[in-house]
Write a protein that binds this ligand. Structure first.
Ligand code: GDP
Ligand code: MG
Length: 446
């Protein structure tokens, strides 16, 4: 699916907020960079990306969270809100305001005009309207036949005349029939590029048909040039909306969608496949929710609530500072740290530690290893857990057999414990430099 990568990247960004201990300028900067990278990789225009992230940053730094909302939840809400606005806000609809309501589809070759004519026909038919499709594409030999087959499948009348080479004449031929319908959908001819010839053809049709909606059909694979296309077609026949097709494809797609969503011609529908039912009304809120892997803002906020709180983390850093922990404490801490990301975040809670750069690998334990540690600890006696220093090589053998791990695994756990204990001691003693040296990290200016 188009934008899948963007979705994944944005989900990762949200996880980062969720798992962060607190919202500070550093987190906001990181977030902004992540969003920029994600959007640029999805082919979104550079200027738009920077406008968006500037807004997110400004709000994140200035706006106070409303009552009852934490800073973290508020930050998620800001990202969500701004992405929705970025994609067109509350969403634009096609409202049937008169009868017959006239819709004209325009666009270049192969973008999906004819297919979309059928999809739109079905959409309005399902909503109780009497619909007709009219083929004004005199350029492609099989254009009428393609639309005719679609109409047959959907039980929708199709008007057209494959022998007639002048679209104006086709219109006139059936004009008296049109009064019978609630919605008329005109399929027009395209070209490979927006030529003067196409422009004057569309201008003629436009004058005659007087559409209530002129919808531009653009494939998601068109990318950033969608914006230019939208503008050019808009100048020719006042585009009132855009339909992005082929959203099911593998194209990056962000360019087309976002370029159009924020132009004067908003995205009204998206095509998500070749079949007539592969068609949806475009609603930015729902779309962003889906992009972020959640139904809506509420579920995003709930997720943030489940993550570790600032108080929990502070508690943990205090325990760490006290330094008298057992193997069980070590396990608990490692597990909690994994849940919230690198230990560096906890370090920031300790005065003087915020500028210290610690090597991440030294401080994070992989999920798989944690599981192993749990098995190992289950095979230890209470006194071994409380006094790991007393564990002899013989005991290690017993523990590794009992837990189905190796001698080395048990030793590694004990070594990790030793290191953590030493680290805590040094933290208490404030001997930062020594500790950094030990851990391979660096203090600023060292
Ligand atoms: P036109 O030249 O603009 O009338 O384009 P067509 O309607 O003939 O469509 C061109 C090709 O794109 C056809 O093979 C369609 O089946 C395909 N197509 C149209 N819309 C979609 C869509 O949303 N998804 C996919 N995958 N293919 C589409
Ligand atoms: Mg066509």
């Amino acid at each position: 699916m188009v934008l899948e990568k963007l979705g994944d990247a944005l989900k990762g960004t949200l996880d980062k907020i969720t798992n962060a201990l607190f919202v500070d300028e550093k987190l906001i900067n990181e977030l902004v960079k992540d969003i920029q990278r994600a959007l640029l990789q999805s082919d979104v225009n550079v200027k738009m990306v920077f406008d968006l992230t500037k807004k997110i940053k400004e709000r994140a730094l200035k706006d106070e969270p409303p009552a009852g909302m934490t800073k973290k939840e508020h930050l998620i809400k800001i990202v969500y809100d701004e992405l929705v606005i970025f994609l067109g806000g509350s969403g634009a609809k096609v409202e049937i305001t008169k009868k017959p309501f006239i819709i004209m589809l325009v666009g270049l070759f192969g973008n999906g005009k004819t297919t979309t004519a059928g999809k739109l026909g079905k959409y309005f038919l399902k909503r109780g309207n009497k619909v007709a499709l009219i083929s004004l594409d005199v350029w492609r030999p099989a254009a009428y036949e393609q639309l005719f087959q679609l109409g047959k499948q959907l039980n929708i009348t199709v008007y057209g005349n494959p022998k007639q080479k002048n679209p104006t004449e086709i219109y006139k031929e059936f004009e008296t029939e049109f009064k019978k319908y609630d919605v008329l959908i005109f399929d027009t001819a395209g070209r490979d590029a927006l030529s003067q010839e196409l422009i004057s053809e569309l201008e003629d049709i436009n004058k005659l048909v007087k559409p209530d909606e002129s919808l531009l059909i653009i494939g998601a694979d068109v990318g950033q040039t969608a914006e230019k296309q939208a503008q050019a077609f808009h100048d020719t026949c006042k585009i009132t909306g855009v339909i992005i097709t082929k959203m099911d494809g593998t194209a990056k797609g962000g360019g087309a969608l976002i370029a159009c969503a924020i132009t004067k011609a908003p995205v009204k529908f998206i095509g998500i496949g070749e079949k007539v039912d592969d068609f949806e009304h475009f609603e930015p809120e729902r779309f962003v929710g889906r992009l972020l892997g959640m139904g809506d803002l509420q579920s995003l906020l709930e997720k943030a609530r489940e993550a570790i709180s600032e108080e929990d983390a502070e508690d943990m850093s205090k325990r760490l500072l006290k330094g008298d922990f057992t193997l069980i404490d070590l396990y608990d801490q490692m597990r909690a740290m994994n849940k919230m990301g690198p230990l560096t975040k906890i370090m920031e809670l300790i005065p003087g530690f915020s500028q210290v750069k610690l090597p991440k690998e030294a401080l994070q334990v992989q999920e798989g290893k944690l599981k192993k540690w749990k098995f190992i600890m289950n095979s230890m006696t209470q006194s071994e857990l409380e006094e790991p220093d007393d564990i002899t090589s013989k005991r290690i053998d017993r523990i590794s057999k009992g837990s189905g791990t190796s001698h080395t695994d048990v030793k590694e756990l004990l070594k990790q414990y030793e290191q953590a204990k030493k680290m805590a001691k040094m933290m208490r003693g404030g001997n930062l430099q020594k500790m950094m040296k030990k851990m391979g990290g660096k203090l600023p200016g060292m």
